[in-house]
Design a protein around this ligand. Structure first.
Ligand SMILES: Nc1ncnc2c1ncn2[C@@H]1O[C@H](COP(=O)(O)OP(=O)(O)OP(=O)(O)O)[C@@H](O)[C@H]1O
Length: 282
């Protein structure tokens, strides 16, 4: 494949990544490609460095070694201008939403707009913010509320509205369903899938939620032993012998999530009307 075609099909490419904090090596020789238009689930035990990987990709964490490219631009060696250009092409939902508590939801959504397009008229800013709020499944009146007035699920949606502010091509979600009840989590999964389909987004999604993996992820990358040890569809992953993968997907929670998806698939084809979420949370 030519370089240009590769970058077009592979918006994120990580090669030989190393991250070390003091004497603790979190990543060593980690490689990962994210394909255009996919939802890639990223899993791994606690502390395996999923968030550090995401921070390395979006340029918040300078790696000890290795190369990260986003849309063919080096993040690791970016000069400040390219970095800014690339940054406007992605949106990030951090763990817990990370909203500014002294700003309303609409003002939170406007933070990236003001940073990248400071000359937009205030009325247009307000209009865009309202549109993103509704697109994220919040009632329109949520725009004027403060984060403290929102439920956990609404805060996630507000964080998502902010992540969508700049019409990104790439969306980073760090444990979006953590702390949501099973119905709220399923609704958030549906929204993620809908946004991917309607906006053509590529999604990098860190999760412990097996239902999310089964329901919406096109492929799953597994982090263990400081690397991405496997990446593929869940059936492909199950063919590998790695004990962590086997325990994760074939353990009781993994089996419950699979059974729940099988039921949902049968319901879709009319066999049975039961699409209950397994409720398994990591
Ligand atoms: N800025 C930092 N300074 C020192 N150590 C750090 C820093 N950031 C992360 N770490 C360490 O790197 C390791 C990986 O952290 P990270 O938050 O990426 O894990 P994770 O896989 O996202 O975990 P979890 O599933 O629990 O959220 C942890 O041991 C953490 O303490």
């Amino acid at each position: 494949m030519s370089d240009a075609a590769y970058h077009h099909d592979t918006p994120i490419s990580v090669r030989g990544l190393k991250n070390q904090f003091g004497s603790t090596v979190v990543h060593e020789d980690l490689d990962l490609d994210v394909r255009k238009g996919e939802i890639l689930g990223v899993v791994g035990g606690s502390g395996t460095g999923k968030s550090v990987l995401m921070r390395s990709i979006i340029g918040l964490q300078r790696p000890t070694e290795g190369e990260v490219e986003v849309f063919g631009n080096s993040i690791t060696e970016a000069d400040p201008d390219t970095e800014i250009g690339v940054r406007s092409r992605w949106g990030v939902l951090f763990q817990g939403g990370a909203l500014f508590s002294t700003l309303t939801v609409a003002e939170n959504v406007q933070v990236p707009l003001k940073k990248f397009y400071p000359d937009i008229e205030p009325e247009v800013m307000n209009e865009i913010a309202r549109y993103k709020v509704v697109m994220s499944g919040l009632p329109e009146d949520a725009a004027s509320k403060f984060p403290s007035e929102l439920s956990g699920g609404m805060k996630k949606r507000a964080g998502l509205a902010r992540a969508l502010a700049l019409d990104p091509e790439l969306l980073f979600l760090d444990e979006p369903t953590a702390g949501l009840d099973p119905i709220g989590a399923a609704a958030f999964d549906d929204l993620t899938r809908e946004l991917k389909e309607t906006l053509g987004l590529t999604v990098f999604l860190i999760t412990h939620d097996l239902d999310t993996l089964y329901e919406i992820c096109d492929r799953v990358a597994v982090i263990a032993d400081k690397k991405v040890i496997a990446v593929g569809t869940i059936p492909e992953l199950l063919e590998t012998e790695h004990p962590w993968i086997q325990e994760y997907f074939n353990g009781p929670r993994g089996r419950a999530a699979k059974a729940s998806q099988d039921r949902a698939n049968r319901a879709k084809t009319g066999d049975m009307d039961n699409s209950a979420r397994s409720g398994s949370k990591g």
